[in-house]
Design a binder for this molecule. Structure first.
Ligand SMILES: Cc1cc2nc3c(=O)[nH]c(=O)nc-3n(C[C@H](O)[C@H](O)[C@H](O)COP(=O)(O)OP(=O)(O)OC[C@H]3O[C@@H](n4cnc5c(N)ncnc54)[C@H](O)[C@@H]3O)c2cc1C
Ligand SMILES: NC(=O)c1ccc[n+]([C@@H]2O[C@H](COP(=O)([O-])OP(=O)(O)OC[C@H]3O[C@@H](n4cnc5c(N)ncnc54)[C@H](OP(=O)(O)O)[C@@H]3O)[C@@H](O)[C@H]2O)c1
Length: 372
C-alpha cells in the first residue's frame, strides 16, 4: 500500500471491462447549447473488489492512438532514432505511460538541454502556455540526432485521476460504477479543450478494457451505527459517493433517516440519477430531498439556499446526532455550504457556543467532506 493525496491507494492494479457508458443527460436535443456532459460508466471485473462506499478509483488514461502515430512518424522523420525491434515497445510507452499533453515546467526545463533553443525562460505568453509534446518538438527542434530513449528519460508519467465510486459493493457485485463529467475548459487563445482523463473515459465503449487502482478513504464513510441520520450535500458529480451510500442504506434497511441536498444547473438535463433518487424518495429510503437548479430561473439558487430555507429542521437533525457529508467542488461550493452551516449554528447558539459545537461535531467525525 502507498499513499495518494491523503488517500490510501491499493497497489494492486485491477483490470476491468466497460459494461456500459451511459450519457446521463442523453436527451441531447433538449440540452442547452452549453449543457454539461455527464457519463455513468459501469465497469465489470473478474473478481469482487474490496471497497466500501466513500472510496474512489485512480485511473491512468491513455493517449489517443492517432496522436501517438503522428508522434512516431515525426520521430522517424526528425532526428530521433530507435531500433526496428524497439518500435512496439516505444509505441506502447507513448500510448499508455508517458504524458504527452500539458507538459510540466520541469520537463520543459530538461528538454531545453536537448533542443537548439532554450525552452524556458520563455516570453510571458509562452510561459503560461501548456505545451503538447508534438508542438514543442516542432517549435524547438533538437540539436542533433539522438536515441528516442533520451527523450523518454526526461518525460513525466501520465498522472492518475481520481473518480468517486458510485456503486455499492453489495448491490452491484462485480461491478464498479463511476460518474464522470467530461471536463471542458477554454485555452487562453479561446480554443475549447476537453480534460485528458475525463475525455478518454467519456469515449470508452462497451467491451473496452480499463485498468485502475482502488483508493480507500477511511474517513468519508457511513456511520457505523445504522440508526444514525445522515445529511448528504452535493453539487454535480458530488452525487457519486452518495448514490453508493444510499444503495447501502437501502439494502441494509438501516433505520437512520436520509436527507439529500443536490444542486446542478438545469432540472431537465442535469438532474443526475433522477429516477433512482425519485424512487428512493417514493420507497422511503430518502426521507427528504431538496433540489436546486441554478440556471432554471433568473436568480441563482444553490444547495446552501435550500439548506438555509430548511435550517430549523436541519439544525434539529444535527443536534440529534445526524452526520453531515459534503461532496463536490471545493471552491466555491463547499466553502459556501460550510459558511451557511456555520451561520445556522451561530443563529441558534450564538458565536461562542456555535464554534464549540462545530468543533465537537468535527471531532466526533460527524462532519465529513470529500471536496477538491
Ligand atoms: C477524491 C476525488 C474524487 C473525484 N471524483 C470525481 C468524480 O466522481 N467525477 C468526476 O467527474 N471527477 C471527479 N474528480 C475530478 C477528477 O479526478 C479529474 O480531476 C477531472 O475529471 C479532470 O481531469 P481531466 O484529466 O479530465 O482534466 P485535465 O486534463 O487534468 O485538466 C484539468 C485542468 O488543467 C488545465 N489544463 C489541462 N490541459 C490544458 C491545456 N492544454 N491548456 C491549458 N490548460 C490546461 C485546465 O485548467 C483544466 O481545467 C475527483 C477528484 C478527486 C481528487
Ligand atoms: N469528489 C470531488 O471532489 C469531485 C467530484 C466530482 C467532480 N469534481 C470536479 O469538479 C468539477 C465539478 O463539476 P460539476 O459539474 O460536477 O459540478 P459544479 O461545477 O460544482 O456545478 C454544479 C452546480 O454547482 C453550482 N455552483 C456554482 N457555484 C456554487 C456555489 N458557490 N455554491 C453552491 N453551488 C454552486 C453550479 O451553478 P452555476 O454553474 O449555475 O453557477 C451548478 O449548478 C469537475 O471538473 C469535476 O471534475 C470533483
Amino acid at each position: 500500500m502507498f499513499f495518494y493525496k491523503g488517500k490510501e491507494k491499493n497497489s494492486e492494479k485491477v483490470n476491468g471491462i466497460i459494461l456500459n457508458n451511459i450519457l446521463l443527460n442523453k436527451e441531447k436535443e433538449k440540452r442547452k447549447k452549453y449543457s454539461k456532459e455527464y457519463h455513468h460508466i459501469e465497469i465489470s471485473m473478474d473478481k469482487k473488489l474490496d471497497y466500501s462506499p466513500g472510496d474512489s478509483i485512480a485511473i491512468i488514461a491513455e493517449n489517443s492512438l492517432d496522436e501517438v502515430f503522428d508522434l512516431m512518424d515525426f520521430f522517424q522523420k526528425k532526428n530521433f532514432f530507435f531500433e526496428k525491434n524497439e518500435k512496439d515497445v516505444m509505441l506502447n510507452l507513448f500510448q499508455k505511460q508517458l504524458n504527452i499533453v500539458s507538459l510540466s515546467l520541469n520537463m520543459l526545463k530538461k528538454y531545453s538541454f536537448l533542443s537548439e533553443k532554450i525552452v524556458v525562460p520563455l516570453n510571458n505568453d509562452d510561459r503560461n502556455r501548456k505545451w503538447n509534446l508534438i508542438d514543442l518538438l516542432k517549435k524547438f527542434p533538437i540539436k542533433k540526432k539522438i536515441h528516442l530513449r533520451d527523450l523518454i528519460q526526461i518525460m513525466d508519467p501520465i498522472k492518475p485521476r481520481l473518480y468517486s465510486i458510485s456503486s455499492s459493493p453489495i448491490v452491484h457485485n462485480d461491478e464498479i460504477h463511476i460518474t464522470v463529467l467530461r471536463h471542458r475548459f477554454f485555452q487562453k487563445n479561446g480554443k475549447r479543450k476537453y480534460g485528458f482523463c475525463s475525455n478518454f473515459l467519456s469515449k470508452l465503449k462497451k467491451g473496452d478494457p480499463l485498468s485502475f487502482f482502488v483508493c480507500n478513504n477511511r474517513v468519508f464513510k457511513l456511520p457505523k451505527e445504522s440508526n444514525k441520520d445522515i445529511i448528504l450535500i452535493c453539487s454535480g458529480t458530488g452525487i457519486a459517493p452518495f448514490r453508493s451510500f444510499l444503495y447501502e442504506r437501502e439494502v441494509h434497511k438501516n433505520s437512520g433517516k436520509n436527507w439529500l441536498f443536490f444542486g446542478n444547473q438545469h432540472f431537465e438535463t442535469d438532474f443526475l440519477y433522477k429516477k433512482e433518487i425519485q424512487n428512493w424518495k417514493k420507497n422511503g429510503v430518502l426521507n427528504y430531498v431538496n433540489l436546486s437548479f441554478s440556471r432554471d430561473q433568473e436568480t441563482k439558487v444553490y444547495v446552501q439556499d435550500k439548506i438555509w430555507e430548511n435550517r430549523e429542521k436541519l439544525f434539529s437533525w444535527i443536534k440529534n446526532g445526524a452526520y453531515i457529508y459534503i461532496c463536490g467542488k471545493k471552491n466555491p461550493m463547499s466553502i459556501d455550504v460550510e459558511k451557511t452551516l456555520f451561520r445556522i449554528t451561530k443563529e441558534k447558539l450564538g458565536e461562542f457556543d456555535s464554534k464549540v459545537f462545530i468543533k465537537k461535531i468535527k471531532k466526533d467525525g460527524r462532519y465529513l467532506k470529500d471536496v477538491y
